[in-house]
Design a protein around this ligand. Structure first.
Ligand code: GLN
Length: 495
């Protein structure tokens, strides 16, 4: 087995035994990036020298007797997370050349744990999108089929992990941006409870929804990363001071007696038959493991999409006001100050970001605030109450992650509404602020299908446990995209 194929758990065992060094492991992953990334295009920036320096330091720390779950493990970081000294663009032209003077809290924690940072991964501009096609730079390709999208907005991170271009990665999830690409690329991913992970240094899209999450090739790897990045941070007033449990201890294959609810609103008409079939089989597997499965209703589910597309753009319109050509990145001066704003924002932002700023500004404007924004906030409360009620009866809920498998590049980009619909199953949990975990649970049309496991606030251990038990009972997580050999022959759409 090539070193870049190792899971964190496997790599850690070899590093501990001294059979490999972090420098060897990091070099293998960097070579993989070198060989593949012209096709996959997962990375916006690769920092090989820095990565090798960090790997060397990790080996030295290990030699001195140190050990952490991520010591010497090569990881990728979504480009919406600030990395000191390394360009952070958020996939936007407006931040081209922006080099943060500080590290996000999650980055500081990864560094302290001795993780090796390989570079920054592609994303839809400011994390607005579901395919990476809204990136201001290029589109990432799905490692399972290079003519398809990897999902988004954390598509670069998911593709990197699936392709062996990183052992694990950080993403961010506002309405599905970790879970949807994890499902599309056949990897595990977690969107923790809102407040579980510090947002300090995560460039804001919609502040009441944004949460940093993790990708890995197996559930245990996601648990390891979450264990390092989670926790209260005085620099983020929305992070919550709840003790961080040992997530690796939650990984028990026994879910006998666990109560699992199946929300009937998530098995609607229009869902791709192969996706539904995979989910139904996965649910039977959970039953076979001893879970007690029953149907449940979340009656306000259909309002999640309109509520999200008012709240998220409203918050985005305020958050993105700071890009004025004065403080950060791109600056195109004009005759007057207003011309300067118009030039910088007009040329720096792409069409989807402009659409969201306009939607959000409209929804917040004096005459429409009550009709749109306030109403959406009330709907949000109803959605949260649906989940609160369901979690009185159930330990976890299981749903499809997306109604379809990864679609073709170009298929939905001209029709924003059909793009928004790809997140229909991930939006409500985001509005409720709860935890969502994704694991591969089948294949349809030659592409991976992901199961979404939802648990109440701060119930990450339960989500991880269900995911782990399912994973141990199945083989889906062992499938790898057919990149080797085939990749050279395939005609790739380059943008
Ligand atoms: N696709 C959704 C959107 O476009 C969610 C994005 C996200 O979670 N960052 O807003």
């Amino acid at each position: 087995m090539a070193l870049y194929e190792l899971t964190i758990r496997e790599a850690r065992a070899l590093l501990r035994k001294g059979e490999i060094t972090s420098v060897e492991l990091t070099r293998a992953v960097l070579e993989r990036i070198e060989a593949l990334d012209a096709k996959v295009r997962a990375y916006l920036t690769v920092t090989p020298e820095l990565a090798l320096e960090q790997a060397k330091a990790a080996d030295a720390r290990r030699a001195a007797g140190e050990d952490t779950p991520l010591l010497g493990i090569p990881m990728a970081i979504k480009d919406v997370i600030c990395t000191k000294g390394v360009e952070t663009t958020c996939g936007s032209r407006i931040l081209k050349g922006f080099v943060p003077p500080y590290d996000a809290t999650v980055i500081a924690k990864l560094r302290a744990a001795g993780a090796v940072l390989l570079g920054k991964t592609n994303t839809d501009e400011f994390a607005m999108g579901s395919s990476t096609e809204n990136s201001g730079y290029f589109t990432t390709h799905n490692p399972w089929d290079l003519t398809r999208v990897p999902g988004g907005s954390s598509g670069g991170s998911a593709a990197a992990v699936a392709a062996g271009e990183a052992l694990a990665a950080l993403g961010s999830d506002t309405g599905g941006s970790v879970r949807q690409p994890a499902a599309f690329c056949g990897v595990a991913g977690i969107k923790p409870t809102y407040g579980r992970v510090s947002r300090y240094g995560l460039v804001a899209f919609a502040s009441s929804l944004d949460q940093i999450g993790a990708f890995g090739r197996e559930v245990a790897d996601v648990a390891s990363v979450l264990g390092i990045i989670a926790g209260y941070d005085p620099r983020d007033s929305t992070s919550v001071n709840v003790p961080v449990p040992n997530y690796e201890e939650a990984l028990m294959p026994d879910i006998r007696g666990m109560r699992i609810g199946i929300p009937k609103e998530y098995f609607v008409e229009g869902i791709q038959p192969g996706v539904e079939k995979a989910l139904r089989e996965a649910i039977r597997t959970l039953e076979g493991l001893g879970a007690v499965v029953d149907e449940v209703s979340l009656p306000h589910t259909s309002y999640a999409l309109p509520a999200y597309y008012l709240i998220a753009p409203a918050e985005a319109s305020a958050n993105l006001a700071r890009y004025d050509g004065v403080k950060y990145g791109l600056s195109i001066p004009g005759e007057t100050m207003w011309d300067g704003y118009r030039n910088t924002r007009g040329q720096g932002f792409g069409p989807e970001v402009k659409r969201r700023i306009m939607l959000g500004t409209y929804a917040l404007s004096a005459g429409y605030y009550d009709a749109y924004y306030l109403k959406a906030q009330k709907v949000r409360t109803l959605i949260k109450q649906d989940f609160d009620k369901a979690f009185e009866r159930f330990d976890a809920l299981v749903t499809p992650t997306t109604p379809m498998v990864a679609f073709k590049i170009g298929e939905k980009i001209a029709d924003p509404l059909s793009m928004y619909l790809t997140d229909i199953f991930t939006l409500a949990p985001s509005l409720a602020g709860i935890c969502g975990m994704v694991v591969p649970c089948g294949m349809a049309d030659g592409m991976p299908v992901g199961m979404q496991i939802l648990t109440g606030a701060f119930q990450e251990p339960t989500a991880l446990r269900v995911a782990y038990a399912y994973e141990q009972a199945t083989e889906w997580h062992k499938l790898r995209p057919p990149l080797d050999g085939k990749v050279e022959d395939k005609e790739v759409m380059r943008q």
